[in-house]
Design a protein around this ligand. Structure first.
Ligand SMILES: Cc1cc2nc3c(=O)[nH]c(=O)nc-3n(C[C@H](O)[C@H](O)[C@H](O)COP(=O)(O)O)c2cc1C
Length: 362
């Protein structure tokens, strides 16, 4: 019998199991991507928060750490995007992920270079658009997913997309274990993509004190806020988020200006770069200047938590699933557990009812 865990995703991405470690700003570093790829998953590097030189160095570090294929996340509105595209093509990365951004011509160019184009979408209409633009696969993220997220739950959005597009679909938003992988395959997806679960691993660079706050969170408390950058974003609640939620327009302006100054100091980006990035991230050109600035500054607040370890002053983007995670395995142990769990669920489904193993086995 064919291996149910060997899917088109394994063939196209060159990984052993149909499991993707998604890009997370400052979290999906070369160390995490190398570890998840070595474990048989497919890792994406968080290129959307890097300048071109930084990305080239990260790709070099990753290639030195692993001979497994990997992907890079980017968007067309980040400073240096055109240069980043050239780097991705020159370095022959296996795949790229993005939200909005590349048009049909660029997607064709990337594909002609042998790069798998697999955007993440959070709504049916975006899935249809990305299929029309010529993408190879789509990652469909339900509303329970971490970071920027949509309004429709994975259990509703995933079948909607599967019924509508004909390219392979990867399920994301709320996955953490073998039970979820088996369920996604049963829906007709070719695999799962996970952010929060890989953030909570031994190789994830997030400081321990911040990981501890993620582990303490409960699913019903990991909520969506639109106050950070005007777009729905799911996060673990903390003092910084409460302050943002309570702030009036002047407070939000001051925060955006302060964070904008920090980005300029750290990256040398001009105010023009920041606004272009912000408008692009929001996907529409009718944002107010202050909202655009808030969008551009939001990543520095996440960086403050996941890099600097400030669990009260920074923001902790997270999927609801973080609320049911209570350990920090290595990527290797995690992937092995997911694979064993998925196999157990698939066997249980095909076994005679009296032989069905204990339900806690996945
Ligand atoms: C801390 C954090 C940072 C993220 N940063 C990015 C990013 O830079 N680019 C991106 O496309 N998605 C980003 N995401 C979304 C994830 O890649 C992924 O789509 C999401 O976490 C999936 O949902 P899950 O957390 O339920 O697995 C981020 C998510 C988290 C939790």
């Amino acid at each position: 019998m064919a291996d149910p865990l060997h899917t088109v995703l394994c063939d196209r991405l060159g990984c052993r199991y149909p499991v993707i470690q998604t890009a997370m700003g400052w979290v999906a570093t070369p160390a995490l991507v190398a570890a998840s790829s070595a474990a048989g998953a497919f890792g994406f590097l968080a290129g959307a928060v890097m300048r071109p030189g930084e990305l080239a160095a990260a790709i070099g570090a990753l290639k030195a750490a692993t001979d497994r294929p990997f992907g890079v996340n980017f968007h067309m509105f980040q400073p240096g995007a055109a240069e980043i595209v050239e780097i991705l093509i020159a370095e022959k990365v296996r795949a790229v992920s993005f939200g909005r951004g590349p048009d049909a011509a660029l997607i064709r160019r990337l594909r002609d270079a042998g790069i798998v184009c697999m955007p993440t979408v959070g709504a049916l209409k975006h899935a249809v658009k990305m299929a029309e633009l010529g993408c190879d696969m789509i990652v469909v993220q339900g509303g329970e997913g971490g970071g920027h997220t949509g309004a429709v739950a994975t259990t509703v959005l995933l079948p909607q997309v599967l019924e509508t597009v004909s390219i392979p679909v990867v399920a994301a938003g709320g996955f953490a274990d073998g039970r979820g992988l088996a369920a996604a395959l049963a829906y007709g997806a070719c695999g799962i993509a996970m952010g929060s679960r890989f953030l909570l691993t031994r190789e994830s660079p997030v400081p321990d004190a911040v990981k501890a706050r993620y582990l303490e969170a409960r699913p019903e408390r990991i909520l969506v806020s639109t106050k950070v950058d005007g777009m729905p974003q799911r996060m673990v609640p903390n003092a910084a988020l409460e302050r943002i939620e309570r702030a009036g327009p002047i407070g939000r302006w001051l925060r955006a200006l302060d964070a904008g100054l920090q980005i300029r100091r750290a990256t040398g980006a001009s105010w023009g770069d920041l606004i272009t990035a912000a408008r692009g991230m929001a996907g529409h050109g009718d944002m107010s200047f202050s909202q655009a600035l808030m969008a551009a500054s939001a990543p520095t607040l996440i960086q403050r938590a996941v890099v600097q370890g400030d669990a009260d002053g920074g923001l902790m983007a997270a999927g609801q699933v973080a609320g049911r995670i209570d350990d920090l395995p290595t990527c290797q142990a995690l992937v092995e557990r997911i694979v064993a769990g998925a196999r157990a669920r698939i066997e249980a489904l095909t076994a005679a009812p009296a032989e069905r193993p204990n339900r806690r086995s996945a």
